[in-house]
Design a protein around this ligand. Structure first.
Ligand SMILES: [Zn+2]
Length: 150
């Protein structure tokens, strides 16, 4: 099968391949390095819209015991602009229960159910975060923006 290359490589240097003739405007791709990439077609070319980096451990404070102890739980982080600066956001995703818990530094854990994967969890979290941000004119308190104590 011929493939069409995305215009940007994964952070590890590998270039995502997209099935030729795909009519979809976006797709999820798992890199051999373990990163999950959200690919989006922009002006005819595929580009990386989001990337999740696997991590061995997360700051576990705030996450539920159930998901922390789930043997098949997957852990990732991604970067999102919070209060004007890119901040790491941590995802713990359980494939067996299809639940995800997501936590940004200084913020409470948000739980999601019926999640199709870690990239889906990220989309749900970002949509929720942005809708809350737009609804509220209150900026995050400065004390919430520091590095979280573990
Ligand atoms: Zn990679």
């Amino acid at each position: 099968m011929t493939t069409r290359m995305a215009s940007l490589p994964c952070a590890c240097g590998q270039i995502p391949s997209v099935p030729e003739g795909s009519v979809r405007e976006e797709m999820d791709w798992v890199c051999s390095c373990g990163r999950r990439l959200e690919l989006r077609r922009e002006k005819g070319a595929w580009a990386i819209a989001a990337a999740l980096t696997p991590e061995r451990s997360v700051p576990i404070s705030g996450f539920s015991r159930e998901i922390r102890e789930a043997p098949e739980a997957q852990r990732f982080f991604f970067s999102h602009v919070i209060g004007g600066a890119p901040m790491p956001v941590h995802i713990v995703y359980s494939t067996s229960s299809r639940t995800a818990e997501i936590k940004a530094a200084g913020m409470k854990v948000t739980s999601f159910s019926n999640v199709d994967g870690p990239l889906d969890a990220r989309r749900l979290w970002v949509a929720r975060f942005e809708s809350l941000r737009l609804r509220s004119s209150v900026r995050p308190a400065r004390s919430n923006r520091g590095v979280e104590a573990v």
